[in-house]
Design a binder for this molecule. Structure first.
Ligand code: BG6
Ligand code: MG
Length: 221
């Protein structure tokens, strides 16, 4: 087992693409409230907690709601989202993710999940990856959402490593900020301009090679 480094993966947008399902569920809510919610708006919700997402959505529509009504809508949105999740299977694992997990296994590098989603365990089970992770830190385990580093710091504890020994794969600005604040090596996956604060960047996990990981091990040692 290589105990010099460990990896923390974000889930949505790195391992699977659930943003499209979040979009459909949030859009239905916006439709019901009578305002337009576009795919561009949806970008603002990436990496953001469910509660904060609703606040952003309501500010887009300039709608004010009571706490009680907000709770009702949160439950309703999640119910609808879960209908999509329950239909997911391994074909929805993003390109390169499985290969990267295999590479890490071959190198003896442990990995955990660090996600804002309260549905993370269910999603991992749906796509058949639940048992691959050494630990799961999700939206139920944290009191502070990304960009706060809490989720990744708990991940480091699960890996029994110092933050500087951890590598984070993230697709959202809030997640890169969280990793950087935690003093971890941040790797942005997706749009380069959006993820400019990441230490390294890849358009997709298909570009991450075993050699790159080996170089990181050397760098941390
Ligand atoms: C993050 C997604 O992983 O999880 C966000 O990027 C989402 O878009 C957040 O709002 C919370 O997810 P859930 O499943 O708890 O509603
Ligand atoms: Mg994400």
């Amino acid at each position: 087992m290589n105990n010099k480094i460990g990896v923390i993966f974000d889930l949505d947008g790195v391992i699977v693409d659930t943003a499209k399902y979040h979009f459909l569920a949030w859009k239905n809510l916006a439709d019901a409230l009578g305002f337009e919610f576009t795919k561009k708006h949806n970008e603002l919700l990436k990496g953001v907690s469910r509660v904060r997402s609703l606040d952003i959505l309501l500010s887009i529509g300039n709608v004010k709601l009571s706490e009680e009504k907000k709770q009702e809508f949160l439950v309703c949105k999640n119910k609808e989202y879960l209908e999509f999740i329950k239909k997911m299977n391994s074909s929805e694992i993003l390109p390169g993710a499985l290969e990267l997990l295999n590479t890490l296994d071959a190198l003896g590098i442990k990995y955990v999940l660090g996600s804002a989603s309260k549905n993370a365990p269910l999603i991992l089970k749906q796509v058949g990856l639940f048992n691959r992770f050494a630990g799961i830190v999700d939206g139920n385990s944290v009191s502070k959402a990304k960009p706060d580093p809490e989720v990744f710091l708990i991940g480091a504890e699960k890996l029994n490593l110092q933050p500087e020994q951890c590598i984070v794969f993230e697709d959202a600005i809030a997640g890169i900020e969280a990793a950087n604040t935690a003093n971890m090596i941040s790797i942005g996956v997706g749009d380069k301009e959006t993820l400019e604060k990441a230490d390294f960047h890849f358009e997709s996990l298909t570009e991450v090679t075993a050699n790159f990981i080996k170089e990181l091990v050397k760098r941390v040692s």
